[in-house]
Structure formats: C-alpha cells, structure tokens
Design a protein around this ligand. Structure first.
Ligand code: NAX
Length: 342
C-alpha cells in the first residue's frame, strides 16, 4: 500500500475534493482514549474541517475484535472528512505513509506496578513501533506519544527511528497544562479561553511543574492575582495528583480529557498556536541546561508546522529546582531503558 493509494483494507476510500487526504495513524485505537480521540480527529477538530483523512488504526491481537466494533461505529458516523479506515495489528501497515501518528497504545499501570515496572513493561513496544515508523512513515511524520511513561516512550521510539529528525517525536504534557488552566480559570471565575501562557516543565508524572509566572488571566498577570503559596502549594498538588483523583472518582483513568489534550497538542503543531505558549515534550537540544536528547516538556510556540522552544524565559530558584527534579527523574528512566535506545 503506497502513500495515497487505494487498498483492499481501506473502506470507502475516495480521494478527491478539498485537500489531498492525509494519513493519520492511532495506536491502541480500541482503548478508552482511542474511543474519544477518533471521533474528534474524524470531525476535523485536529487537522481542520477542510482536511480529509485516512485513519490507520493499530491494536494488538486481543484488541482486534473491539477494534472491529470501533470501526463499525466510525463508519456509522458517516464523517464527510474520513476517506478510509484501516484496522490492523501490524505496525508496518498502520504507519505506512503516515503523516501524523498518535502513539496511545500501551499497557496501563496496575496497582502492583511502580513507575520502573511501567517503563520496563512498555519500553519494548516503542522499539518495534519506532523501527516501523522509520521504515514506512512519511519522512515528515509528526508523532505524539500519549502512552505512559510517555516522555521515555517517545525517547525510545525516536532512538529507533534514526532517519526521522528527532524533533518530529514529541510526548504529551498538554493534559497537565489543561488541568492547570482549569484550576486557574475556576479560581478566577473566568472561562478557560481567558487564560494564556501557562505551561509545563519536565516529565508527564507527578514531578511535572506547571509554571504560572508568565500566565495571564484576561490580560492580567496571574501571579498578581494569586499568591505564590497557592501556586506552589494547592495548585501544584492538584495538577500533579489529578490523574489519581479522577481514577478514584470515576473508577477509570482520564480518557476524554486525555484525548482532548492530544487533539490540542497535534492541532497546534499542525495549524499553529497563534503566538500562545504551549507545552510540548520533545528531545532537548540543551535548552535551559536540560541534557541533550531527554524528552522534556518546554514552553513552546507552534508556527509554520514546527514546534519552536521559547528559549529566553527567566528561571527563578523554585522553577530551577523543579527543572532539576524532572531532569533527575528522566535521567533515571533513560538509564533504565538504555538497552532499548539502539
Ligand atoms: P486502555 O487500556 O483503555 O487502552 C489501551 C489500548 O492499547 C488497548 O486497547 C490495548 O489493547 C492497546 N495496546 C496495548 N499494547 C499495544 C501495542 N503494542 N500496540 C497497539 N495497541 C496496544 O488505556 P487508555 O485509557 O486508552 O490509555 C492509554 C495510555 O495513555 C496508557 O498508557 C495511559 O497511561 C496513557 N495516558 C497518558 C496520559 C498523558 O497525559 N500522557 C493521560 C491519560 C493516560 O493515563
């Protein structure tokens, strides 16, 4: 199956009006996040309402029957932008010619697992998927890693795809950002749209740091409205532990909000962030003293299809201590998977 070709496995493929269809791959497509994500992609929320797409969905064999059901429902939704749907358990088919890839599928953490068990259980998945991306995806592919531990999984996939520039591999900290925005908006009594330029440093884990120092609330500096004690105490704690709180309340992990954040991340990358600062975890080029190659969340702007790190923000003592804490955690994760880095 070549880029833009038809294929027996493609249902209802028709290439034509509007723009040329792009190929969008989603792994773990029959999972909880997949169920929310696919409908947002298909409706045009991510790549634009004039951008047709072909969906290429990956599952593991035990997930294939559930994936069949998801594909039936996608067909039944009759999305005008969807020009084809492929479901497969072969990464080489799922990533063939892919222009955008959402790496969602991985083993969720269970009660008996600590973070190092999670790294060990999921790391190997991203070796195979990185190699497949290297072999068959579009050379311009943009990859977002959602499956946890997402920073280190992105690092593994990137290391196993040497022909693709490392800046095309990212991990998602946008959910942490959105959680931070939600907290500030609620306290200020304004809609989330009034909050700009809150962003996340570091790892998608409870060490991440939601930096409020440049945030604005309806044009006013957030730090003039609310005290440091709140930002460094309850605000930080709420954002850091929100995932756990949701599991307790809902009996299941965040899914719709995670899918929504993945849409925000890829939409801004694809269409631009309109000058706003957003959080993207990407392989460090030494920015802010973060060791080269670590997949670390930085303040970024998205413009002309690229993610550009905002390099000149001042860092105070508290922010530096949080950056250092995240560097240490990510160095430890990198050491734990060193044999998977090619
Ligand atoms: P689910 O368990 O509902 O779905 C995961 C799906 O992935 C399953 O259908 C499974 O069969 C499939 N899968 C497993 N291994 C695969 C492989 N090698 N190739 C393709 N598919 C595979 O989990 P869900 O709630 O959808 O969460 C998915 C991942 O997102 C988890 O790792 C989770 O920890 C992570 N999250 C990341 C977040 C972030 O902010 N970065 C937040 C939400 C979420 O916790």
């Amino acid at each position: 199956m070549g880029k833009g070709d038809g294929d027996n496995a493609v249902m209802g493929a028709e290439v034509g009006e509007m723009k040329k269809p792009i190929r969008v791959a989603v792994t773990g497509a029959a999972g909880n996040i997949g169920y929310a994500l696919l409908w947002r992609i298909a409706s045009g929320d991510c790549f634009g309402t004039n951008q047709p797409i072909a969906l290429q969905l990956l599952e593991i064999p035990p997930g294939m029957q559930r994936l069949e059901g998801v594909m039936m429902e996608l067909k039944d939704s009759a999305f005008p932008l969807v020009h084809g749907i492929v479901g497969t358990d072969d990464p080489q088919i799922a990533f063939e010619g892919a222009d955008a890839i959402f790496l969602v599928g991985s083993r969720p953490r269970t009660k008996d697992m600590d973070r190092s068990d999670l790294v060990a259980a999921n790391g190997p998945i991203f070796v195979g998927q990185g190699k497949a991306i290297d072999a068959v995806a579009s050379p311009d592919v943009r990859v977002i890693t959602v499956g946890n531990p997402c920073n280190t999984n992105a690092l593994i996939a990137c290391a196993n795809a040497p022909s693709i520039p490392s800046r095309q591999f990212t991990a998602m900290t946008r959910l942490d950002q959105n959680r931070a925005v939600g907290q500030i908006a609620e306290r200020a009594g304004v809609p989330a749209s009034k909050i700009h330029d809150v962003f996340i440093w570091g790892n998608h884990s409870n060490t991440m740091y939601p930096d409020p120092r440049f945030a604005t609330v309806d044009g006013k500096m957030a730090t003039e409205l609310f005290e440091d004690e709140w930002f460094q105490g309850p605000f930080l704690d709420t954002v850091a532990t929100r995932g756990k709180e949701i599991i307790v309340a809902r009996g299941a992990s965040s899914a719709a909000s995670a899918a929504s954040a993945a849409i925000d991340h890829m939409r801004d990358w694809w269409q631009g962030s309109n000058g706003r600062i957003v959080s993207v975890a990407l392989p460090s080029e030494g920015w802010y003293g973060v060791p080269e190659g670590l997949v670390f969340s930085f303040p970024c702007r998205c413009e002309n299809g690229d993610v550009v790190v905002v390099e000149d923000l001042p860092v105070d003592t508290f922010a530096q201590s949080k950056i250092d804490e995240n560097v240490a955690a990510l160095l430890e994760e990198r050491a734990a998977v060193s044999e998977l880095l090619g």
